[in-house]
Design a protein around this ligand. Structure first.
Ligand code: MOS
Length: 670
């Protein structure tokens, strides 16, 4: 009997019917795996695979978004947004009439091509076939328990028969959110052969794991001549496969970011003969805010207003969708130091008015916005009498610094030196965690640690109170803190019991607590992170060669847990934004429906020579609403707005507006 396609669903599957590797004789996209060759050596396997001959019947296919835009279908906005947070938001006001009546209007069509994640290392799955037919799977994934559940569904195995391990993920950027075909193939092979199998993809094979959907966007802005917005209309067409409907709320960002009484949205999906598109760093915002922020720059030009001044005049202190306040929004506080550090006030308004020798100089800016999300999570802490703690959770560290911040928060909450804290993650046998994505893990796991550390402290106090003549006998639980390996009364610091004494008298050598944390959001406040990005480009006047010589990114993302890892995240986002603006583009030969540049020689990304000064500023943003520690997360805000700031700088340098990414020199010379 066929396994229902529901078995192939994973925690973050979009609607539709997931791709099932080696399931039937249908070919859905070029690059689909249709056979697996196993050998003792990978070289032999690859050679053997080259000998396989495949016969198939050709069918009509479509891979060109521009050709299929007429066939794209519109997504409905549900009456209750909670039903589908990715559907376009409900319109407000009467945008059509307001646009028609606006004193100043701008409309433009913007394009972002398909882009690929391209982590440096290759995707690989190693399946250890254990003696009792259980599987231990080493996989490159952002969610070990997601892969475990998925494999259990696909292989009809029990959770205790499949263990998935991924302590070091490397780069992922969203490509490791869903279980990938390599893990299924490796597991199938291991079961068929009853022996361990390792499957390492080639770079080319990674180009069908998923991609940032290409996006055609139309933005229409209506403003008063004084520089306030009346109306925003945002239409988007994005790409998905023939078998699943992947999309995010691409259009809602424009109605959220600026004060405008009227707003309307339209989001259409075009089905192509490609693998399903997927999340890629700041999915939807990276692409949508690019278009919005270029359109705002064009509106500023039409208004003859400084682009930063336009943002300030349109500033919104409230969440425009839900008409509610923000838990915190220090975007104004990003604009100011960002502009000051950059030297924005020295900008000459006129395009082509600034130069440096043979190069035209351009200064552009843009706003960035992302969500501050939180997810239910479980954390276990085992504290031993010698003052060592092991903190464990099945989350991942995708290079964002999760190990580091978990250790920091735990050390802080348990009053232990950092070296006394061991972090265990990336193992499906550990306490529950969703995939690491959406910039939600830092806040979620930190709060999980706080909650569990509280439970450890309560238990320690219970033991300490039972000691004869306990100095903490009369102290309430919330009146003690763990400091330097001791329980200390907050009122009287002479009332102290060491961890070792409390445990010795209690007759235990360890305390273990495991707590789940959920986030009951009452919906009274909106939670977002923001940034202000300023970019300088120098463009060779004769050749059109573009260099991004300076970027200043000022970020408001609640409490920053670790400035080193946080800064590193934002720099990474800026570098990626440079790639988005100038380099990245997946090209398809539509005759064959095949990706032509499925390698990192012809798929261009920024290299060191492309990255010059990058300055990151974190603005203070206290937030009592988002969670007790005021953490918002910043894995994704770093890229949002960067491509727009650079595109706007290129316009300012050259007077030429290129509305399709990447801005290559041929487009500039056209
Ligand atoms: Mo992120 S695109 O949710 O890994």
């Amino acid at each position: 009997m066929a396994i229902a396609d529901g078995a192939y669903k994973d925690d973050v599957s979009p609607g539709g019917s997931p791709f099932r590797p080696l399931y039937d004789d249908r070919i859905r996209f070029s690059g689909q795996p249709i056979a697996l060759v196993i050998a003792e050596e990978s070289e032999i396997a690859r050679f053997a695979a080259s000998l396989a001959r495949v016969e198939y019947e050709e069918e009509v296919h479509a891979t060109d978004l521009y050709h299929q835009r007429g066939a794209a279908f519109a997504l409905e906005s549900p009456a209750n947004p909670a039903e589908n947070p990715f559907a376009p938001p409900k319109p407000r006001g009467a945008a059509t009439q307001a646009l028609a009546a606006a004193e100043v209007r701008h409309s433009g069509e913007y394009f972002v091509p398909i882009e690929h994640h391209n982590p440096m290392e290759l995707f690989a799955s190693t399946v250890i076939y254990e003696r009792d037919a259980k599987l231990t799977v080493y996989d490159k994934t952002q969610g070990v328990q997601n892969v475990q559940r998925y494999l259990c569904g696909v292989l009809e195995m029990k959770p205790e028969e499949v263990r998935v391990i991924s302590p070091y993920v490397g780069g992922a950027f969203g490509s490791g959110l869903r279980p990938q075909y390599n893990v299924v193939l490796a597991a199938l092979a291991a079961r068929a052969l009853q022996r361990s199998v390792r499957l390492v993809l080639t770079r080319q094979q990674m180009y069908v794991l998923g991609y940032r959907p290409a996006m055609i966007q139309q933005i229409e802005l209506g403003a008063k001549s004084g520089g306030t917005l009346d109306a925003i209309a945002h239409e988007a067409i994005t790409v998905t496969s023939q078998y699943e409907d992947f999309y995010r709320q691409e259009t809602g960002w424009s109605g959220l970011l600026y004060n405008s009484a009227h707003a309307k949205y339209m989001h259409k999906l075009a089905r192509l003969e490609l693998a399903t598109s997927c999340d890629m760093r700041a999915p939807s915002a990276a692409t949508a805010v690019y278009a919005l922020e270029c359109a705002m720059d064009e509106l500023a030009a039409a208004l003859e207003l400084d682009p930063l001044e336009l943002r300030l005049r349109c500033y919104s202190d409230r969440d425009q969708h839900g008409d509610r306040p923000y838990g915190s929004k220090h975007l104004r506080e990003c604009y100011r130091p960002g502009a000051a550090t950059f030297g924005w006030h020295k900008r000459r308004e006129e395009p082509r008015s600034m130069r440096d020798g043979t190069e035209l100089v351009g200064w552009g800016m843009a706003t960035g916005v992302w969500e501050a999300l939180q997810v239910p999570i479980t954390v276990r802490i085992m504290l031993t009498a010698n003052g060592h703690a092991e903190v464990s959770c099945a989350t991942s560290d995708i290079g964002t610094g999760t190990y580091t911040i978990m250790a920091q928060v735990a050390a802080d909450m348990l009053g232990l030196p950092l070296d006394n804290v061991t972090i265990k993650l990336g193992d499906s046998t550990l306490p529950q965690s969703p995939v690491e994505g959406g910039s939600w893990i830092a806040a979620s796991v930190s709060n999980g640690i706080v909650t569990t550390a509280d439970a450890v402290r309560h238990e320690l106090l219970r033991l300490a109170k039972r000691m004869p003549n306990s100095p903490l006998a009369e102290v309430a639980s919330d009146e003690v803190a763990l400091v330097d390996g001791k329980l200390v009364s907050k009122r009287d610091s002479s009332c102290v019991v060491s961890i070792a004494d409390a445990m010795r008298h209690g007759g235990v050598d360890r305390i273990e607590q495991e707590k789940s944390t959920t986030f009951a959001d009452d919906g009274s406040h909106a939670h977002n992170t923001h940034s202000a990005v300023f970019a300088e480009v120098k463009v060779d006047e004769q050749l059109g060669v573009i260099r991004v010589t300076r970027v200043v990114s000022a970020v408001a993302a609640g409490r920053i847990l670790n400035t080193k890892t946080a800064r590193s995240q934002i720099i990474g986002g800026v570098v990626w934004g440079i790639g988005m603006a100038l380099h990245e583009e997946t090209l398809i030969d539509h005759k064959f429906g095949r990706i032509m540049n499925a390698n990192i020689a012809e798929y261009h990304v920024p290299v060191s020579a492309d990255v010059h000064d990058v300055d990151v500023i974190f603005v203070d943003e206290p937030d009592d609403h988002v969670n007790p520690m005021g953490i918002k997360g910043l894995g994704e805000i770093g890229i949002v707005g960067v491509a727009a700031a650079i595109a706007n700088a290129i316009y300012h340098a050259t007077g030429k507006r290129v509305r399709d990414l990447p801005i290559t020199l041929d487009k500039l010379q056209r």
